[in-house]
Design a protein around this ligand. Structure first.
Ligand SMILES: [Zn+2]
Length: 424
């Protein structure tokens, strides 16, 4: 299994001014080149390297940007990537727009018509824009123009990069933490980007690590919740036995509430300086907590193939549904990030994680019946089944259903694979 990770390492604070100046000039020129190439691309341009290279060759980009062919190629890749993701986004938007048009046409009464029109107007405002590079933009630099190298003296890591002067390179000292160095150990460095943030330079190094796949034959499911962060159910390895269940809490919520209160009072008092200092801090706390929890979850589920319920719940909480308090809480929750972190921590252990559709997992009883009622009691949500009469913890029950889905999906894949092998 391939595990990819980006490590963000700051440039050393003792870097000389002349080197920083050269970095300034290099990154500015790269941005200029990217915006020049971007100007060559139109809605109908075929998006592949040969086409863009030809366009660049026929234009005056190289002349204007005065960059080596390696840098120009890397700028082309950046523009390609930006346009590809723009087109993918736009395609999805078009699909939604056409569906909204259909809804407008098939509206049966005034109310439906009004609602469809509002939806259409909202979508119009959200049309994805073509890529624009108005601010400083970076591109991925690979061995043609730069490398990240280890050092033995005071500076443990160096960024070796070509400059704007032909044939001249420079070495910029980095300031890696122990964590950074550990992340780089035994990993392959494919490329890096030079990013300027808050007046400082960083190298965003993309690393690839190969981890041996772990063979697992047991299944589990994870349900992400609002009150309890994670509900985990692990099915017994052999058909019989009792599933293992675990609820993982996170004190992040309280911590973040505290930060929010401080920020709110500072905003009221108009203390911009203090607010600036706090900026980012709240997010750092949140990300750090998510990593901790992901690690805990990965440890608990080691040896199991697990699935996490994939939901569009957060997106589905549209404005004006009369639940502002709930929406506010969900808005601050990081479901997507948490899923990615868990998958990542498991990948580092050679374990794969699936995403399954979690539709109906929260309202189906273990007996298979969907004749259920939900009840909120003692800080937990309960599921009362009308068919078999059982009273189940709603979060754990959802995780159990996700685990079943995970097992069924996996078995289906295995059966198909076996069929293919016998027929081949
Ligand atoms: Zn039941």
């Amino acid at each position: 299994m391939e595990v990819r990770k980006t490590v963000r390492i700051p440039v050393h604070y003792r870097t000389t001014k002349s080197k920083i100046d050269r970095l300034d000039r290099l990154t500015a020129r790269l941005t200029y080149c990217i915006s020049l190439i971007n100007g060559l691309v139109t809605a109908n341009t075929k998006l592949d390297r040969p086409t863009l290279r030809k366009l660049v060759k026929e234009s005056d980009v190289v002349e204007k940007a005065k960059l080596s062919s390696g840098f120009v190629d890397q700028c082309i890749d950046k523009v390609l990537w930006a346009w590809k993701s723009y087109r993918a986004l736009h395609k999805e938007w078009e699909y939604r727009y056409n569906r909204a048009l259909d809804r407008l046409e098939s509206a049966r009464d005034d109310e439906e018509k009004m609602r469809a029109e509002t939806g259409l107007r909202k979508l119009e405002k959200k049309e994805p824009r073509t890529p624009r590079f108005e601010e400083k933009t970076s591109c991925r630099l690979d061995c043609r123009t730069g490398t990240i190298q280890r050092g033995e003296n005071t500076f443990r890591l160096w960024m070796h990069v070509s400059t704007l002067v032909k044939g001249e390179t420079m070495d910029v000292p980095m300031n890696p933490s122990y964590y950074h160095l550990k992340q780089l150990e035994g990993a392959m460095i494919s490329d890096f980007e030079i990013i300027r943030k808050n007046g400082r330079y960083y190298a965003h190094v993309s690393t690839t690590r190969f981890v041996d796949d772990r063979i697992t034959s047991s299944y589990g499911g994870v349900d992400q919740g609002l009150n309890r962060t994670l509900a985990i159910v692990l099915l017994p390895p052999t058909g019989d036995g009792v599933p293992r269940e675990e609820l993982m809490y996170d004190e992040k919520r309280n911590l973040l509430d505290k930060y929010d209160a401080i920020i709110a009072s500072l905003q009221q008092a108009g203390k911009t300086r203090k607010l600036k200092q706090l900026r980012g801090k709240r997010n750092n706390v949140s990300v750090y907590r998510d990593w901790l929890l992901a690690n805990k979850a990965a440890e608990y589920t080691a040896g199991y193939t697990i699935a996490i319920g994939n939901t569009r719940f957060r997106q589905a909480q549209y404005r004006g549904n009369g639940m502002p308090a709930l929406r506010k809480r969900i808005g601050k929750w990081s479901y997507g990030r948490q899923r990615i972190f868990i998958a990542h921590k498991r990948a580092e252990r050679g374990l794969s994680t699936m995403l399954v559709d979690e539709r109906n997992t929260s309202n189906t009883c273990r007996c298979g019946s969907r004749l259920v009622a939900r009840k909120y009691l003692d800080g937990a949500s309960w599921l009362l089944c009308h068919s078999c009469g059982s009273k189940l913890d709603a979060d754990l029950n959802a995780a159990y259903n996700i685990a079943l889905r995970c097992r069924d999906d996996r078995l289906k894949v295995r059966m198909n694979a076996a069929e293919n092998r016998t027929s081949a």
